[in-house]
Design a protein around this ligand. Sequence first.
Ligand code: KG4
Ligand code: ZN
Length: 325
Amino acid sequence: MDGGRRVLSNVIHSQVDLHQEFGGVVPELAARDHLERLPHLLDLALEQAGVQPADVDLLAVTRGPGLVGCLLVGMGVGLGLATAWAKPLSGVNHLWGHIYAAMLTRPDLEPPLLGLVVSGAHSDLVSMPEHGRFEVIGRTRDDAAGEAFDKAARMLGLGYPGGPALDRLARNGDARRQSLPKPSLPGLEFSFSGLKTALLYRLRDLGAEPGEQEKADLAAAFERSVVESLLDKLDQALSSEPVAEVVVAGGVAANTLLRRRAAEVVAGRARLTMPQLELCTDNAAMIAAAGFFTSTPRGEVGSRLRLPGGGAHYSTTVDPSLGWD
Ligand code: KG4
Ligand code: ZN
C-alpha cells in the first residue's frame, strides 16, 4: 500500500482447491499451506508493487480472530521480516480489516460510520466513531451469516465453498415458491440456526432428490431470509442513530442480493460503501490499510515494543478468539 488508500499489489492465493475434497476448511492443511506459500507470495507482492524492502515503512499482520495455526504462521513471518528489515510491525484485528477494505474502495470515506461485517464467523453491527475505535451494537446469537450460507449450500448439495455457489443458484430461483421464515429477534441480535433447521425440514418434506428448480427456489428463499434479516437490523440501527456513512463488508458482502438490497435500504438516508468484490473476501490489502490507520500517529493503538533488529511492533500477540478489541 502507498499510504492507507492506494493498493500497489494485492496478491491472493486461494486454498479452495486444497480444501474442496473435504467439503470445508481443514485447519491443519490451511496452516501448512500458509507456511509453504507465504515466502513466494511476499516476493510476488514486492515485485508487483515495484518496491524494495528498504522502501517499506510499516508491516501489518493479522493477529486474530482466525484459525490459530494460520495466525501463528503469519505472525512468525511478520516478526521475522520486521526483525530482518528493522521495520515496525502492526498486529491487526481481522474484523477491523474488513471495515478498512471500504476505505480502499472510497478514498474520502472517514468515520464516524455504521458498519455491518458479515463473514464466515461473524455477523456484527458496529459503530465506528473514529479510526481504531469500534463498538459492537449487534451480533449473532448462533451461526454467522456466511456459516449459514455454507451450511445451506451443503444441504442443497452445492459443495465448498458454499456461499458463492448458493448465490449463483439463487439467481435462477424464485423465493416466493419456497418461502422460508425470516429470523427476527428483538433488538439488534441476529439468529440463523432456526432458518437452517427450516431448510432441513423443507428438504425432508420434499423427499428423495429435489429437482433443480426446487433447489434454486430454496436457495433464493434462504438467501432472501438471511439478507432481509441482516438489513432489518441495519435499518433499525440507522433509524435509532442516524449517521452519514454506512459500510457493509466481509465475505458475505460479495452476495449479489445483499449488494442490491443494501443500496435500496440505505438510499436517501446515508452514503453506503461496499468494498469491490475482491476486497470483500479476505485479502492482504485490507490488513495493510487497517495497520496504516491504526498504527501511525493518526491514532496509535497498543504499546510500541522494540524488536532486536531495531524495529518496533504494536499489539502483536496472537489471539484466535479476538473480538473487536
Ligand atoms: O470474510 P471471509 O472471506 O472469511 C472470513 O473471515 O470468514 O468470508 C467468507 C464467507 C464464507 O462463509 C463464504 O461462503 C461467504 O463469505 N461468501 C458469500 C459469498 N461470497 C463469499 N456468501 C454469500 N454470497 C456470496 N457471493
Ligand atoms: Zn474475513
